[in-house]
Design a protein around this ligand. Structure first.
Ligand code: ADE
Ligand code: ZN
Length: 326
């Protein structure tokens, strides 16, 4: 499973920070983060809201562009060791300069430079998606969207929204999404992870996104499932994340098969791998163990991700060649 070439569309850069990396930064800054770690050294949290608190505590020691450059390299080296040849990472101006465009440019330049070095050294291609954070509210989403619009290019490809889906409604973030769309960015939104099918419907109808982060609760509404299939909306499904956070109690209860069999385009990602003690290899192993998915299914997953990737077409063609090699 490890050697299969994989495509990942949904990875939070800070959420992929190895716990040892965060512990070291905390020690360098004499910051006590002992409360966020379990005895075995991994992250410790109980439930989604506590996860968000722990996530933001871990992120608090990522303070400079150089920290983010080091993080980018560590994350990409780890992903590449699991056969990932392409990853789209969520980047947050809220954690990188607080929404100030000049500061954001410095962070993004450091991240992009580290990504280019990782592509040379580990053979993995990375592209960025700016994400605003729902529980920080629409007023902070606007500067995040402006940061995205100002830096849209070959590397920074999309705009999205993460965070606590139960706060506010998609339409509260219309200004930010319209701003990003007008700048030519591709759009995705976390929805249907904690919110129900209505949350997914509103993200598609109001924010006009082409992809949905998670989206799994769409399965509860057959009419919506049909609409997603008809429109070709792509779901960035993160089953290991869903099981770790208790969205579904066990892998066999996960609806990815039902969604796929109903004609919805599904891809698979890790979300925040060390938090959820997963990797892309583990995701594939669990898909095989729980649902019998094999090379044909994995090739279809990669093909869907390739089509849905926010990269330019030259990058897509180069990736297509590499996928044929496995
Ligand atoms: N930010 C990082 N991981 C997330 C998740 N699973 N849901 C919402 N926001 C997130
Ligand atoms: Zn996510």
């Amino acid at each position: 499973m490890r050697d299969i070439n994989k495509m990942e569309l949904h990875l939070h850069l800070e959420g992929a920070a190895p716990p040892a990396f965060i512990r070291r930064l905390a020690a360098e800054q004499s910051t006590d983060l002992s409360g966020i770690f379990a005895e075995d050294g991994g992250y410790a949290f109980s439930g989604f809201n506590h996860f968000l608190t722990v996530y933001e505590a871990a992120t608090s020691v990522l303070k400079t562009p150089e920290h983010f450059a080091r993080l980018t390299r560590a994350v990409l080296e780890e992903s590449a060791s699991h056969g990932v040849i392409y990853t789209e990472a969520f980047l947050s101006p809220d954690f990188c300069g607080g929404g100030d465009v000049a500061a954001w440019r410095d962070y993004l330049a450091a991240i992009e430079e580290a990504a280019q070095a990782a592509e040379r050294d580990f053979g993995i291609v990375m592209r960025g998606i700016v994400t605003c954070i729902r529980h920080f509210g629409p007023d902070r989403a606007r500067p995040a969207a402006i940061c995205a619009a100002e830096t849209h290019g070959d590397f920074l490809r999309g705009f999205g929204i993460a965070g606590d889906e139960m706060m506010g409604r998609p339409r509260d973030f219309l200004w930010a999404f319209d701003c990003a769309r007008e700048a030519g960015l591709h759009l995705t939104a976390h929805a249907g992870e904690w919110g129900g099918a209505r949350s997914v419907r509103e993200a598609v109808e109001d924010l006009r996104v082409s992809r949905i982060g998670h989206g799994v609760h769409a399965v509860d509404d057959p009419a919506l499932v049909e609409t997603l299939a008809e429109l070709g909306v792509v779901l960035e499904v993160c089953p290991g994340s869903n099981v770790a956070l208790g969205v579904y109690p066990r892998w066999p209860a996960h609806p990815i098969v039902r969604l796929r069999d109903a004609g919805v385009k599904v891809t698979v990602s890790t979300d925040d791998p060390p938090f959820f003690r997963t990797t892309m290899t583990a995701e594939y192993e669990n898909l095989n163990r729980s649902f019998g998915w094999d090379e044909t299914d994995f090739a279809a997953l990669a093909e869907t991700a390739l089509e849905a990737a926010f990269c330019d077409d030259a990058t897509r063609q180069a990736l297509a060649k590499r996928l044929k090699e496995t």
